[in-house]
Write a protein that binds this ligand. Structure first.
Ligand SMILES: NC(=O)c1ccc[n+]([C@@H]2O[C@H](COP(=O)([O-])OP(=O)(O)OC[C@H]3O[C@@H](n4cnc5c(N)ncnc54)[C@H](OP(=O)(O)O)[C@@H]3O)[C@@H](O)[C@H]2O)c1
Length: 322
């Protein structure tokens, strides 16, 4: 019998890849979306559904609306909660724009799973290394960030996105522990890699589009491939012994020069920013996901090339010709 699962925020960059992998594995998937009328956001899901007839259904739900996820979650086996705003620029009110949807949304989804405890055997929450790391350099004394670490330094005024992720993950653990709900979190760093939609408003996509178009040279230095992040979610659901948090990221920081060199070699017809030659610093310990879930991370070279190839194919990015 095929498992039935929910993916919240199915329209998102990471969730779209997760939905694809779940469908490929034979799961029945219920995707939550904010609006079924927004064809631009859901068209690629409709196309995916057409490739797996009868396996994908879409349902409206909003993070801020109490009880919004109850009916979707009812009777399902697994819940993947990915929906949450990932915004790092142009934030007007961090409480309203980030913390409320992140925290209230998580409480709503965990609450729905608790109401359906007879059927839901595990919730997999998309958290972030933003809920783990405190600063760029590492925890100090030559040690590495592990799943034991919590970002308790961010606030509404200091890195509010990171704050929203830490607050949401804490709320999830508090509720799950109290209710005896089986919760596992996936904590990725900056997620890059191929895109499945023609939407350009996800932060991961914006950062790479700006780099490719030579309008901005910045990039977050800890990174991981979207296919590996989605796979980690699936493994977290399938491996019975999976417990707690899982950092899903390459262990060392990478420079924008590293990115530039790879793109310049693979796409010699385009001019990319030279990038900054910052040192590669090992700051994370990713051994838990490797040993307990058996996940091997693909090299970032593949991630960058596949991402830029799809950005060009989808018409999202137009690189500068030489
Ligand atoms: N991308 C990364 O580098 C990265 C790294 C670590 C963790 N994460 C986490 O991964 C998750 C997905 O991120 P992403 O990069 O895939 O971002 P994304 O493409 O921007 O997706 C965000 C999703 O959340 C949904 N959402 C936002 N506000 C909502 C609301 N009020 N009600 C219902 N849905 C709402 C969006 O719906 P719409 O489509 O309607 O806007 C979208 O489906 C987030 O939890 C993020 O914090 C991302």
């Amino acid at each position: 019998m095929a498992y039935e699962c929910v993916v919240t925020g199915a329209t998102g960059y990471i969730a779209s890849e997760l939905v694809k992998q779940l469908l490929e594995k034979g799961y029945n998937v219920k995707g939550s979306v904010r609006s079924l009328n927004n064809k631009e956001k859901i068209q690629h899901l409709i196309n995916l559904g057409a490739a797996f007839p009868g396996k994908l259904t879409l349902h409206e739900a909003d993070l801020l609306s109490d009880g919004s996820f109850d009916d979707i979650v009812k009777g399902t086996d697994l819940v993947f909660h990915t929906a949450s705003p990932f915004v790092i620029r142009g934030i007007e009110d961090p409480q309203i724009d980030l913390v409320d949807p992140a925290v209230k949304g998580t409480k709503n989804v965990i609450g729905a799973a608790m109401k359906s405890k007879d059927s839901v055997r595990r919730v997999v929450l998309t958290s972030s290394t933003a809920a783990v790391v405190k600063n760029r350099k590492g925890p100090g004394n030559g040690s590495l960030y592990t799943e034991e670490d919590w970002n308790d330094e961010s606030s509404l005024t200091e890195s509010p996105y990171m704050y929203s992720k830490a607050q949401a993950e804490r709320a999830a653990w508090d509720m799950a522990k109290e209710a005896g709900l089986d919760l596992v979190t996936i904590n990725p760093s900056l997620v890059l890699g191929p895109v499945l939609t023609s939407r350009a408003d996800a932060t991961s996509i914006i950062l790479m589009k700006e780099f490719v178009e030579n309008t901005e040279g910045s990039m977050l230095p800890r990174q991981v491939d979207v296919r590996d992040v989605a796979r980690a979610h699936v493994l977290a659901a399938e491996v019975a012994t999976a417990k707690g948090r899982f950092i899903v990221s390459h262990e060392s920081t990478v420079s924008t020069k590293f990115l530039s060199d790879i793109l310049s070699e693979h796409f010699p017809q385009y001019r990319f920013p030279a990038g900054e030659d910052t040192p590669s610093i090992k700051t994370l310990d990713n051994s838990k996901v490797r040993t307990q879930l058996g996940l091997q991370l693909r090299p970032l070279k593949e991630t960058y090339i596949d991402m830029v190839t799809t950005l060009i194919q989808q018409g999202i990015a137009v690189p500068v010709a030489k």
